[in-house]
Structure formats: structure tokens, C-alpha cells
Design a protein around this ligand. Structure first.
Ligand code: SF4
Length: 937
């Protein structure tokens, strides 16, 4: 008998599998978590899940190392040393909650707006926004203001949807796909899978991006545009299409406001507004009757273009006449923009011709009859198979809102929105333009111990909706919805700490943040941010921001600058809901939502932030979180809320398995077994629309009626695309001196320029304000496919892919600068200087340098060793980016943001790059090492 040992070649590594939702990036794929003896051993994609259909990416699979990260926090902490010293005392949860309740309660009973509550990339904004409303503070927002609000607002004010989570290219039928500046860490599995489909079918994929990495590297054509000039490139394409008559006149006439009549009365208070009849209805010109008729007259022979005189003598022009006049002008011609945007004029002309050819000569026809909102029956669905998609590359510029509107104008002129092969809405979109939610927080809406009458965030349609104090100054701490940023629909998180420390417009009592690394990679101007967080009042010796409460699962840089730490769980230890009330996981073919379930119990003394928030709400006796008897309304925490909360009768956080027996969708009574029903269904729910509802949703009678019944929209009314944006003109008129609410004089010129109702391009502000000769190069970041925000750098598997970053420079530019591969270089902006190591490459716009975002860490954080490469060789561009623009003539420093939406202009940075005199193997600046607060290995 052999005595050879038996080797188990394929031991079973699991004894249990649980489904849940990934949180290693924003895509929210379905995953299967394999467990052995209660330990996570493997993570795989869930084949039945609508988002990823089984695909798992490197980040998702590495979730194990996120869950077992040495950077995890393990116990509530209260600060006992100075801010930044890392001196904390561990406390029990009861003390932590009592402390928070006391701090928050004092604010609420005096002046609730002295609480600033801001969250980072959390996926529970349906809850956090509602909590702020119940607390009574307008000072609430999540990270959208420094991420994507240009892109979201431009879409919601133009076509009732948006790029990113609110829609997707029609991967099945698109034949030509134009992608602008999308981050591979965010738009991950769904875009990868979609691009795979396009490649298989031979569709053309054009990527417009200064840098040829990630998706751009596999594009059929890479257009290496200069940062911030995409609007010029798009405008020139529009010019070419108009010149060639290559537009979808039918689509524009029926489904957009192109034929609506605009008053031409320069200098008057109605100039640029839509002409309306005595019933307030907008008008179109009937070319046969030669008179204006209401827009609702669907039998009118609508003139798409022209200038006319109304019976009352008013001069008018169609919206599209004004649009065409602008874009047909010579300054939009390819030859006029080529030098500035860095794209050859012939390339622009060719791409315009290709788009037109695919849209009009390669139409997709589906044998699916449908009826539009006028009652007109269409025997087939005819699509123009051109799709576009954009994200931060467009969004993170001070001209991003108008640039994104220009992209939508281009799509809509080609007739591609929600047609087969075009860009498709995802539920709950399309919605009315803009959505019918106004922000609240005016002076008469904030009272001690009272909730706000509505949500803090919404969509303004004129100066009367702004949140202004009685003297016209900003009412919010971040100055959102003021004349600084009137359409700041996601707030302006990047301004909170600066403004609070400067008591501009006022001081606050408590800063409460969740998952927001605001002292490091989420801050512009880190050195000053650290000063603001630690600044003390000279007379009292107290911190100017008196109390900072922070919740996070990990020992990020921000933890050290807070006073009270509420440690959160990892994503595998808690309940969550990916809700239609927030940012759901819907598909273009129908609404979908999902949950996270705890697949393991925490072995640390941590609690899920959402349950903690509900607990605090009950302790503070916030309405909505308290029963009439004064008891906690959701004593079971977040899962209790997910099941039983109703935002409107029958409408709760989850749309699936509603009704007491779980048979209803959309609307229905709470179902006590709803979470189990989700678990039984793989932790997700999806409703597939019937074929006749899948396209033209904005004007599809059947879909609009279904969406009304389901609770997605209030009325089954068409969602007419607003190419000409009248709300913008209302702000402009105020700046010209009309109406009761007008901007301060120093703001007038800026509002008049930026609030053009027709999309246009203007230079990003920073480039315009600094000396271009001194700072000749653009500096931007890219997000690596293998990391998500700052989180990836604590993950021992993902760190092996990217443990540090470099500054990438075009070879030709580096040669001119005398920089060789591997040289250490200094990068200088008007704000500061950093030192990083250079790598030379082809495939980057020669006027641009770039690096990976959020890899650089402060020594001692995230559970990393103090001399980790992330800390000693890694670096951030954040030190170079100011949250305030350089002074203009009047001396006022506007925030470094889009003037319409307040979106942080991360990508407007201008720098000079030089070989460093210091070639030592260390990046700069270096800050003192922080005390490691994570659980360790
Ligand atoms: S794409 Fe994002 S959500 Fe999906 S598996 Fe990868 S990390 Fe997770």
C-alpha cells in the first residue's frame, strides 16, 4: 500500500452562497458571495442579474479584500487631542449616539440650517435627503456637485433624462457610438459589455477624450480633443449637419420645442420668452394658415424655421431659427475651431458626415406599432442608430453644462433620443423638463424644531425659486441656488468647508458627513482645507467649525479631522436598497431595483450608517422617524424603513413585490415579506416593458399612461425636448434688470453670458483668468478601471495593479521640455506646486498631462504602511486646484465651478511642468504621517 499523502486538488472552498449587490464601484452589479465557515472566500457575478448578467470585474472580485481591509474602523471614537492629531478615545455606541443627538438637537432647536449634512458616494440618498428635510436644514447634498451635476442638469433641463445612470446607448441596435470622457471605474461592466456587443456587430465606436486609455484605447477612432473644448468640436459638427440639411425635421417638429415661437423684443421683459396665448399656452406658426396657433394644435402645418409677426404685432422667431442662426455662423465652422480644440477640420467634417449617413441612411426599423401622444398610430418604430454617452470629461469643466446641452442638441437634431439604436432612457426617466420638484430652504421655510416643507434639492425654473436670504445673499452654506450657481441641483459640496471656515455667508455649528474624504482626495486645495478644518476663533479659541461628525467604514484621511466617528459596516455586512427614489439599476427595457443583504455579521463594533441615521432621527424626534406616541417609527433600523416607509401612499423605497401578498409593482401597500422576496429573487427586481413601450417613451402614449399608473410621473403628458431652455432666459432677463429678484451688479455680466437659452461654448474660466504663457498645459486626471475613488488603494489585490501613480506626458512635449521617462518633475499652477514622476507616452493630447485620480494617499491612512508607495511616490493634483477662481476685476472670488450648476471644475486646471531639481524618489508635498486608526492586518 502506498503511503503517499492524499492531496486535495480541488477542495471545496465554500459551504454557502448568498446573493447581494456589489459596491466596489457605481455600477451595482449583482454578485454571489461564497462563504466557508462564515468567511468570504470568493465573489462571482450573478448570471440572473439585469445589470451584469454574470459578469464580474477585477474590482468586484477583489471585494473580499475590501471587506477584510486593514483600514476598517472598529469602534466609535471621540476626539481627545487636537484635530489632525489622531488622538481619539474609543467609546460605546450609546455614548456616541447621545453625543451626536445632543450636538444635533442643539442646532435643531435654535437654527436648523447651522447643520451642514453632506454625503459622498453613498447609495442611499433617498434616505439621507429625506432625513435632512425632516431635520429642517437646507444644507444637504451628496457628492453630485463635484462629480456630475453638469451632465445631470443639462439632460434634465433638455430632454428629461440624462447620460450616466439615467440612460444608456441602445447597445443592441446602435451602429455609431460617440463617447465623451467617461471614467472606466464608474461606467464599468455595463459599458464593457455594451462595447463588446458593438464590436461584435461591427458598429463604429469613436472616443472623444484627450487621453487614449481605457475605452479610448479600444475605440475604432480616438479623437484627442483639448480639455474643455468638446463644445467647439460638437458645435462644428452641428454646423456641418445644418449646412448639409442633415437633420431630422419631423422629430424636431413633433417632439421638441424647435417650432415654438420665441418673442423677439430686445431690451423688454419678455424678450426671449416663449410667446403664449391668453390661456398661457405656447404657440407655433401654422405655415398654411399663416398664423400662430397653440402648440396643442397637432394638425397645424408647423413651421420649423422662420421669423413672423403675431396678430398683436409682436415679432417672433421659432426656437430652431435661433439655433440654426447661431450654429450656421462662420465661427462654428470646422476651420474656425480646429486649432483651439485640437481636432483637424477634415476629421470634424468626416465625423459629421458619418453621423448623418448612419442616422439617415442606415435606419433601424422594428416591426412594432406604437401610438404617440397625439393619438397618431405608427406602424413601425423607426430608429436612427447613433448613440452618444458622456460623463466627467464633459461635466468637470466650468463650461460643462452648456457643452453637455450642445451634445444633446446634436443627438436630438439627428432624432436619436429613445429611438431604436439611439440613446435610451432608463426608469424613472423620462420625467417632465425639468422635474417638478423645487428646492426648499427659503428664510420662511426654516424654523426651529420644524421640518422643511419639501426637499433641499430640486429644480429651479426662475429667479423666484432661488434660495436667497432677505438681503439677497446665499441662503445655503455652499451658496447653491444663489446667484453664484442658480441651478446647483446637486449642491456644491466642494465649497462647504471653505465657506463654513470663512463664515461666508454664515458660520455653522455642526458639519455632519458620510463617506466623503473631504480632507484629501475629495478636496480642492488640500493645504488650505486642512487649515480650514483646524482654524480656531481668535477670541474664543474654539474651532470655527465647532463640531464635525463623520461616518465611514474606513480610516480615511478625513477621520483625523472629525470630532466624533461613527464607524460604518462594509457593503457585505448591511442592508441597502438601490431605489427608484434615488439612483436605481433600471435597464432601458424596464425599471429595476435591488437590495444588499448582510452576507456576514460584523465582528467589529460597527453599525450601518443608514440605521444609525434613523436611530438619531428617532432620538431627535424628527417627524417621519417618530410615531405619534414619540417612539421610533423604524425600530428595526434600515431594513424596517426599506419595507415600511411610504414616500407617497403605496410608494416606498422598493418597487417590487409590493402589496401585502407581494403581487404588486410600483405602487402597493408595504409587504412584510418584501426583503425575503428580493432575496429569493437574487436580491433584485425587474419589470420588462412590453415592446410597444420600449422606445419613444417621452412621447409614447401607452408608456406615459403606464408610467403614470406606476408612479414614475404625475400625468401622462408628453415630455417635449427643450432645445431652447426658457428657464435660462428668465435668469438672463433678471440680470438685464427685469423683475423683482435680480442679481448683485457684480454677478450680472456672468449670468447674462452663461444663461444663454441656446447651447454655446465659452472658454473654461481658469484658462481665461491665468496667464496662459505661464501655465500653458492642461492637467487632468483619469480614473483607473481597477479602482473606484480612494477605496481601491486599501485593497491588497488591487494595489498590485496600481500601487502608485505617475504624471503622463506626450513624448513630443516632454522632449521639448527636456524631460525623460522616469524623471521627477514639478507641476505648478496658480495655486501651488507638486512633485511627481514622469512617464512618457503616445496617445495623449500634446497640450495635456494627466495622472490617475485618488491613488496618492497621506502617510498613515487607510491601513497602509507609513512608507507605502501610495504615500511616498503617489501624488494628487488636488493640491494644485483652487476651490476659488483667481480674482476678477471686482475682487470677488467666485467658486471654481460652472456658473449655471455650481459643478466643480476639476478639469480646468492649467499648469507648467518642469524637470525637478530634486530627483529623490519621493513625491511632494509630503504631510506629517497620521496615526493609523484601522484594524490592521
Ligand atoms: S463593475 Fe462595479 S459593481 Fe460591477 S462587479 Fe465591477 S466593481 Fe462591482
Amino acid at each position: 500500500m502506498s503511503s503517499e499523502p492524499v492531496v486535495a486538488l480541488s477542495p471545496k472552498t465554500w459551504d454557502e452562497i448568498k446573493t447581494t449587490t456589489c459596491y466596489m464601484c457605481a455600477c451595482r452589479c449583482g454578485i454571489k458571495v461564497y462563504l466557508k465557515d462564515g468567511t468570504v472566500t470568493y465573489i462571482d457575478g450573478n448570471r440572473d442579474h439585469p445589470v451584469n448578467k454574470g459578469v464580474i470585474c477585477g474590482k468586484g472580485a477583489a471585494g473580499i479584500k475590501q471587506h477584510y481591509s486593514p483600514g476598517r474602523l472598529s469602534k466609535p471614537l471621540i476626539r481627545v487631542g487636537e484635530r489632525g492629531s489622531g488622538e481619539f478615545r474609543e467609546i460605546e455606541w450609546e455614548e456616541a449616539l447621545q453625543t451626536a443627538t445632543s450636538w444635533l438637537g442643539n442646532v435643531r432647536k435654535t437654527d436648523p440650517k447651522k447643520l451642514a449634512f453632506f454625503t459622498g458616494r453613498d447609495q442611499s440618498q433617498g434616505l439621507t435627503g429625506w432625513w435632512a428635510t425632516q431635520f429642517g436644514t437646507p444644507n444637504y447634498a451628496a457628492h453630485g456637485g463635484f462629480c456630475s451635476v453638469n451632465m445631470a442638469a443639462a439632460g434634465l433641463y433638455t430632454f428629461g433624462g440624462s447620460f450616466w445612470e439615467f440612460g444608456e446607448p441602445d447597445w443592441k441596435y446602435t451602429k455609431y457610438f460617440l463617447l465623451f470622457g467617461v471614467a472606466e471605474d464608474h461606467g464599468s461592466n455595463p459599458i464593457k459589455a455594451g462595447l463588446g456587443k458593438l464590436k461584435k456587430r461591427g458598429a463604429k465606436f469613436v472616443s472623444v477624450n484627450p487621453i487614449k486609455t481605457g475605452y479610448s484605447a479600444i475605440a475604432d477612432e480616438w479623437v484627442g480633443v483639448r480639455p474643455g473644448t468638446d463644445g467647439l468640436f460638437v458645435g462644428a459638427i452641428i454646423h456641418e449637419l445644418l449646412n448639409a440639411g442633415q437633420i431630422d425635421g419631423d422629430y424636431l417638429n413633433r417632439y421638441t420645442n424647435s417650432p415654438w415661437l420665441v418673442i423677439d423684443n430686445k431690451g423688454a421683459s419678455d424678450h426671449g420668452l416663449f410667446a403664449r396665448d391668453e390661456n398661457g399656452e405656447t404657440l407655433v406658426w401654422d405655415a398654411h394658415k399663416k398664423t400662430a396657433v397653440p402648440t396643442s394644435d397637432h394638425n397645424a402645418a408647423r413651421a420649423l424655421m422662420g421669423r413672423f409677426t403675431l396678430a398683436d404685432g409682436r415679432k417672433v422667431a421659432t426656437s430652431f431659427q435661433l439655433i440654426a442662426e447661431r450654429y450656421l455662423s462662420a465661427d462654428h465652422a470646422p476651420d474656425a475651431v480646429t486649432e483651439r480644440c485640437g481636432v483637424p477640420a477634415d476629421t470634424i467634417r468626416r465625423i459629421a458626415a458619418e453621423l448623418a449617413h448612419v442616422a439617415f441612411k442606415e435606419t433601424v426599423t422594428l416591426d412594432v406599432p406604437w401610438t404617440d401622444f397625439t393619438g397618431r398610430r405608427h406602424e413601425k418604430m423607426i430608429g436612427r442608430p447613433v448613440a452618444m454617452h458622456a460623463m466627467r470629461g464633459i461635466s468637470a469643466h466650468a463650461n460643462g453644462f452648456q457643452t453637455c446641452r450642445a451634445i444633446h442638441l446634436l443627438q436630438i437634431m439627428l432624432g436619436t433620443i429613445d429611438t431604436p439604436g439611439g440613446f435610451r432612457y432608463k426608469a424613472p426617466y423620462p420625467r417632465p423638463i425639468p422635474p417638478h420638484i423645487k428646492p426648499t430652504g427659503k428664510p420662511d421655510q426654516i424654523w426651529p424644531n420644524e421640518p422643511l416643507p419639501g426637499p433641499p434639492l430640486g429644480f429651479v425654473t426662475g429667479p423666484e425659486d432661488l434660495l436667497l436670504a432677505d438681503d439677497g445673499s446665499p441662503q445655503r452654506i455652499d451658496k447653491a441656488y444663489s446667484w453664484d450657481a442658480p441651478i446647483a441641483a446637486h449642491g456644491m459640496m466642494h465649497m462647504v468647508i471653505t465657506n463654513a471656515a470663512k463664515r461666508d455667508p454664515y458660520g455653522i455649528d455642526v458639519l455632519f458627513m458620510y463617506m466623503a474624504n473631504m480632507s484629501w482626495n475629495s478636496a480642492m486645495n488640500i493645504p488650505d482645507t486642512l487649515k480650514y478644518l483646524t482654524a480656531k476663533d481668535e477670541t474664543t479659541g474654539e474651532y470655527i467649525i465647532p463640531k464635525i461628525i463623520y461616518s465611514d467604514a474606513y480610516a480615511s484621511e478625513m477621520v483625523h479631522y472629525a470630532d466624533l466617528i461613527l464607524p460604518d459596516t462594509t457593503y457585505l455586512e448591511r442592508w441597502d436598497c438601490i431605489s427608484l427614489l434615488d439612483r436605481p439599476i433600471s435597464e432601458a427595457d424596464g425599471p429595476a431595483d435591488s437590495i444588499r443583504q448582510p452576507v456576514v455579521e460584523p465582528e467589529r463594533d460597527v453599525r450601518a450608517f443608514q440605521s444609525v441615521l434613523l436611530d438619531l432621527g428617532a432620538r431627535l424626534k424628527l417627524p417621519g422617524m417618530t410615531t405619534p406616541e414619540g417612539q421610533a417609527r423604524y425600530p428595526g433600523g434600515y431594513p424596517d424603513y426599506i419595507v415600511n416607509h411610504e414616500r407617497a401612499p403605496g410608494v416606498g423605497p422598493l418597487a417590487g413585490f409590493r402589496g401585502v401578498d407581494g403581487t404588486q409593482s410600483g405602487k402597493g401597500a408595504p409587504n412584510p415579506n418584501q426583503l425575503q422576496a428580493y432575496i429569493d429573487n437574487g436580491c433584485h427586481w425587474f419589470y420588462e416593458l412590453p415592446d410597444e413601450h420600449k422606445y419613444f417613451k417621452h412621447v409614447n402614449k401607452g408608456y406615459l399612461e403606464w408610467a403614470t399608473g406606476f408612479g414614475l410621473i404625475g400625468k401622462p403628458e408628453p415630455i417635449i425636448h427643450q432645445l431652447y431652455c426658457e428657464p435660462l432666459q428668465k435668469f438672463r432677463l433678471a440680470a438685464e434688470g427685469h423683475g423683482a429678484i435680480q442679481p448683485p451688479d457684480g454677478h450680472r455680466a456672468r449670468i447674462m453670458e452663461a444663461f444663454d437659452p441656446i447651447p454655446f461654448w465659452y472658454p473654461p474660466f481658469e484658462g481665461d483668468l491665468v496667464d496662459e504663457a505661464a501655465f500653458p498645459i492642461h492637467a487632468v486626471t483619469q480614473r483607473p478601471m481597477a479602482m473606484y475613488h480612494a477605496w481601491g488603494s486599501q485593497n491588497s489585490w488591487l494595489r498590485q495593479i496600481l500601487g502608485r501613480n505617475w504624471l503622463y506626458i506626450a513624448k513630443e512635449r516632454a522632449a521639448k521640455l527636456g524631460i525623460a521617462d522616469g524623471d521627477w518633475v514639478t507641476v505648478t499652477s496658480h495655486q501651488g506646486q507638486i512633485k511627481g514622476q514622469a512617464k512618457l507616452m503616445n496617445g495623449v493630447n500634446p497640450d495635456t498631462v494627466w495622472t490617475w485620480n485618488a491613488i496618492g494617499k497621506r502617510s498613515g491612512t487607510w491601513g497602509l504602511k507609513k512608507d507605502a508607495p501610495e504615500a511616498k511616490q503617489g501624488f494628487l493634483l488636488n493640491h494644485l486646484i483652487s476651490e476659488l477662481l483667481p480674482k476678477r476685476d471686482g475682487g470677488y472670488r467666485f467658486s471654481n465651478s460652472d456658473p449655471v450648476t455650481g459643478q466643480a471644475a476639476w478639469y480646468d486646471l492649467r499648469v507648467r511642468v518642469e524637470k525637478s531639481a530634486d530627483q529623490s524618489n519621493i513625491s511632494g508635498p509630503q504631510f506629517p504621517t497620521l496615526k493609523n486608526l484601522g484594524v490592521g492586518q
